[in-house]
Design a protein around this ligand. Sequence first.
Ligand SMILES: Nc1ncnc2c1ncn2[C@@H]1O[C@H](COP(=O)(O)OP(=O)(O)OP(=O)(O)O)[C@@H](O)[C@H]1O
Ligand SMILES: [Mg+2]
Length: 316
Amino acid sequence: MIEVKELSKNYGITRAVDRLAFTVEKGEVLDFLGPNGAGKTTTMKMLTCYLPPSSGTASIFGFDILEDSMEVRRRIGYLPEKNPLYTDMDVHSFLELAARLKGVGRDAIAASVDDVVERCGLGDVGHRKIGNLSKGFQQRVGIAQAIVNDPELLILDEPTIGLDPRQIIDIRSLIKDLGKDRTVILSSHILPEVSQVCDRIIIINNGRLVAVDTPENLRDRLKRSSMTKVRIAGSVDIADAERVISSIDGARMICSDEKGGDGSSLFTVESATDSDIRNLLVKKLVEADIPLLEIYSEELSLEDIFIRLVTEEGGA
Ligand SMILES: Nc1ncnc2c1ncn2[C@@H]1O[C@H](COP(=O)(O)OP(=O)(O)OP(=O)(O)O)[C@@H](O)[C@H]1O
Ligand SMILES: [Mg+2]
């Protein structure tokens, strides 16, 4: 298990990470989500013993990052934000070097390299110069060097950044595969990707923990304030519709500027309650003689959840 205990980091007067505390179970795939400057990279650097915390600590499978940093390093594979590759080397030689540096025994190096080449789909490019490979393949080489000593914990800082959609899918399935037999912590900005790969999401903002939960629970947690879309005919006075909608307890019309090709208006109605207000909305609109063309409730996407949690936190 990984236990992060009140971990903090200051850069001068900037508090990059602020008393972060969470746990990760063995075998979990955890995503670190947060806007630019949230403190993701800084946290990862502390967990991998590249950067000492200003206060607090963490234990990785029972080893403290301050007291037992050698034991911690031995158990971690790390793909830093800026993928550190020797671009003049060919893939094979680079991975052999990485294996040697990570203490893989002389006799085991060839087998370890063959194994990661296979797992990361590098078979066809093993003898090519790293600098000439596409970004997606360079990213695979970065992941391959991170797993060459078969670490129990894999920390990947933005593994899919800068990749095209096809490469993102490939790297995602690679991460999913690697997550089957080890613990993975990754950071990413690409939210739809995240929900398919990870077991839990940690959202951080301004160095502080905003939420930690499964993607499904995060979605559920915000469902209580749900969105309903209502389309009414163009002939209706918007102010009338607004009056009817705001007469419903807790309901608020938050947008009315989406015009359909037929001149109709699409409203977004936000309600603060748990209950589904569609039924009530229909009743009220019909009573007021407002022609209702369409009504549906909108699922919150992970993007919505992320923005809301981060905005709520920012305003707190
Ligand atoms: N070496 C440094 N010296 C001073 N300030 C730093 C340093 N590294 C990071 N920071 C600051 O610490 C904060 C957290 O940065 P960090 O790189 O950890 O964020 P991040 O969540 O990884 O962001 P991104 O999504 O842009 O990668 C930012 O305000 C950043 O400017
Ligand atoms: Mg970063």
